[in-house]
Write a protein that binds this ligand. Structure first.
Ligand code: FA5
Length: 345
């Protein structure tokens, strides 16, 4: 029996040494140490032994079990370590490989134009003011000298939400809100960029949703010449030093006098062509000196304070600057159009 046990030990250890995987090792454990294994079988014959030999054999059997178990554990640890090392080696990252290019989004041409205009005015000491797109009738019209029923309301076809609220038709309500916030005290020097909405039919130069940038300056002794000088600086910085401006009389209920500003046509240099409809000039914005009624409605003393305001459409400005022939390109997300602006960050 002793020889048999020793032989089983050698046999099991040989197999353990030769084992190549954890599963194989487990099979060996079950085969040799399990209830139906050969060691247990041998021990079952202990009953036939003498009382002296029985404890000796029992101790030997335990030694064999312990030796096999120890080897199994050692080998299992070794195989586990090897498996981990193999996995680590296979998952090593080669940091010298070139990375995959990430496709970067770019700013929309309209965003770029708005930011360019903002920067230009910030450079002249303006700050930025914003207001809600869903506006009250009061700020959109009444505070701007356009009481209910005023015929000039027809100049801006509106999307009404309720009797008293609408999608703002221009950025001028931000003027009114800013003035109200200043509680009758100047100076004020802001520009107000944002989206506006009108029930205009979409065509090459009109959109039912578009952007505007409003300018507002209030102080003591602000004159028409300040407005003209400001607009001249803006036009030359935006379109080039060689461009001239002209102011034409116009009408807005919130400014008096009111003007529209034209710049010389880039295509013909002022001689007249199809783009400027033969006039040599292209209209860019509306402006004027703030009407005393508007100053008073917003709490400013119109004897002490004067001011000017202007409102422009960045889409139209971008169209002129980049030679874009249809305003709808800004809103149809055609990447062939958008990609043309990728170099100008
Ligand atoms: C106004 O909206 C005035 N609030 C501007 C103003 C402000 C005047 C302060 C005086 C003092 P007007 O309706 O002309 O004015 O619009 C201003 C600019 O918005 C236009 O010059 C044009 O560039 C742009 N615009 C008007 N309607 C549309 C439209 N449907 N689609 C695209 N741009 C438009």
């Amino acid at each position: 029996m002793e020889a048999k046990l020793k032989q089983l030990q050698e046999e099991a250890i040989e197999k353990i040494e030769a084992a190549e995987g954890l599963k194989e090792l487990n099979d060996i454990r079950v085969a040799y140490l399990g209830k139906k294994g050969p060691i247990t079988e041998v021990l079952k014959g202990m009953g036939k032994l003498s009382a002296e030999e029985r404890p000796k054999m029992g101790a030997l059997a335990n030694e064999v079990r312990a030796a096999v178990t120890e080897r199994l554990e050692e080998k299992s640890e070794k195989l586990e370590k090897e498996a981990v090392n193999k996995k680590l080696a296979s998952e090593t990252i080669d940091v010298t490989l070139p990375g995959r290019p990430v496709r970067k989004g770019r700013k929309h041409p309209l965003t770029k134009i708005v930011e360019e205009i903002e920067d230009l005015f910030i450079g002249m000491g303006y700050s930025i003011a914003e207001g809600p797109e869903v506006e009250t009738d009061f700020y959109n019209f009444e505070a701007l000298n356009l009481p209910k029923g005023h015929p000039a309301r027809d100049m801006q076809d509106s999307f009404y939400i309720t009797e008293e609220t609408l999608l703002r038709t221009h950025t001028s309500p931000v003027q009114a809100r800013t003035m109200e916030m200043h509680k009758g005290k100047g100076p004020i020097k802001v520009i107000c960029p944002g989206k506006v909405y009108r029930r205009d039919n979409d065509d090459a130069t009109h959109s039912h949703q578009f952007m505007q940038i409003e300018g507002l300056v209030i102080g003591e002794n602000i004159r028409m010449s300040d407005l003209k000088g400001t607009l001249q600086v803006f036009a030359k910085k935006m379109f080039g030093e060689d461009r001239e401006i002209r102011l034409r009389p116009s009408f807005f209920p919130f400014t008096e006098p009111s003007v529209e500003m034209d710049i010389t046509c880039k295509i013909c240099g002022g001689k007249g062509c199809s783009v400027c409809k033969g006039t040599g000039w292209i209209e860019i914005l509306g402006a004027g000196m703030i009407h005393p009624n508007v100053l008073e409605i917003s709490g400013f003393d119109s004897k002490k304070y004067t001011g000017f305001a202007f409102g422009m459409g960045p889409e139209r400005i971008a169209m002129l600057k980049y030679g874009i022939d249809d305003i709808r390109h800004f809103y149809t997300d055609d990447v062939r159009f958008l990609n043309q602006f990728q170099t100008q960050e």
